[in-house]
Design a protein around this ligand. Structure first.
Ligand code: NAD
Length: 326
């Protein structure tokens, strides 16, 4: 029995690593996100049931992604992590229960749209944009400064001479994605499967002129150095980023209970198709930084945040018929 379980874990780990390589390094996934998430949860469940069989190189202990050749490496001062996942209301209740074991007193949650793009880090020195990087494996990313300078809503100069690092998502708006694919089709080139792949492929172009034509956009959702601005909460951090000229998603709200969070999720599950950019879920973050620090991190993700993933849609599966491209 145990041998069977171990063989299953080995096989799941091998498959998931293959899919992660296709997704993060080649921008050419061969399975849908829902299929990937399903296999991943299967491995998580097996590891929870048989902790003694957990593989040393389990994918559940790694942040996905590698640094591609062609780009200089950048060491992140603080790791760029992944997020734990929730798929239903019960998962959110369990998230809150875990938190309440670690901290006492009232908790508020900042709810944000989960933008389906590529995580980026932006560094500013005395108010000047000096370095942009991908997440990579979480510790080391790719230096894509010149490419990020082509993203029009990323400020090159801040209104204050601040030295700070912010993080966010770079994405391709739906309309740019449709236009780009129409153009590529007309020129007999392979089309991109979805806006995320198009954004990831574009940011890894070695020619900045190509990136400039791709019409990428960004939403900033974190200050990696909150002490630089004496910030105390996620919501006040976003307000400050907005003042500094970063593009902040306007749909976020602060919720006082998991019921309120759930209502917000329901609203955006309906509204997601009306948005001009793709989202694949909702990110729920404990709002107060002091509480976040108390709650802490696993090797892979903050314990004070969770990503609720929208259920798979049929249209997503059909994308597998399209030829994938970089
Ligand atoms: P994730 O996508 O579940 O969550 C972490 C990421 O969310 C962050 O790195 C950030 O880029 C993004 N994000 C967007 N909006 C955010 C916000 N408002 N606040 C904070 N973060 C925000 O984790 P991951 O490790 O990047 O990717 C795992 C997911 O990728 C899987 O669950 C799966 O859906 C997909 N995946 C798919 C395949 C495949 O073959 N189809 C393979 C690997 C991974």
């Amino acid at each position: 029995m145990t041998e069977n379980q171990q063989a299953k874990m080995l096989e799941l780990n091998r498959l998931l690593k293959q899919y992660a390589k296709e997704y993060y390094e080649q921008d050419q996934p061969s399975v849908t996100d829902a299929e990937y998430d399903h296999l991943y949860q299967e491995l998580v469940a097996l590891e929870a049931a048989h902790p003694e069989l957990k593989l040393k190189d389990s994918i559940t202990q790694e942040v996905g992604g590698r640094v591609l050749s062609g780009f200089e490496k950048v060491k992140h001062e603080t790791a760029m992590l992944s997020l734990g996942n929730a798929f239903n209301y019960q998962d959110l209740v369990a998230f809150e229960e875990r938190i309440k074991k670690l901290v006492s007193g009232p908790i508020t949650y900042n709810c944000e749209l989960k933008i389906d793009g590529l995580a980026i880090s932006l560094k500013y020195q005395d108010g000047k944009f000096v370095q942009g990087a991908t997440r990579g494996d979480g510790k080391i990313g790719e230096n894509i400064t010149e490419n990020l300078k082509q993203v029009k809503d990323i400020p090159q100069i801040l209104p204050e001479p601040l030295t700070l690092e912010v993080r966010g998502e770079c994405f391709m708006p739906k309309s740019s994605f449709v236009e780009l694919n129409e153009e590529r089709e007309a020129q007999g080139e392979n089309i991109f499967a979805n806006p995320r792949n198009a954004a990831a492929g574009s940011l890894r172009q070695l020619d900045t002129r190509v990136v400039a034509k791709r019409n990428l956009s960004s939403f900033i959702y974190a200050v990696a150095t909150p002490e630089a601005l004496a910030l105390t909460s996620q919501s006040s951090g976003l307000a400050k980023m907005n003042e500094l000229g970063f593009h902040i998603n306007p749909e976020g709200i602060v919720c006082e209970s998991i019921e309120e969070v759930w209502n917000y999720i329901q609203t955006y599950q309906e509204k997601r198709h009306d948005l001009p950019y793709e989202i694949d879920g909702i990110v729920i973050k404990v709002n107060e930084f002091a509480l976040q620090e108390e709650i802490g991190y696993t090797v892979k993700a903050p314990k004070w945040a969770i990503a609720y993933k929208f259920p798979a849609e049929e249209a997503q599966t059909k994308l597998l018929d399209i030829e994938w491209t970089v």
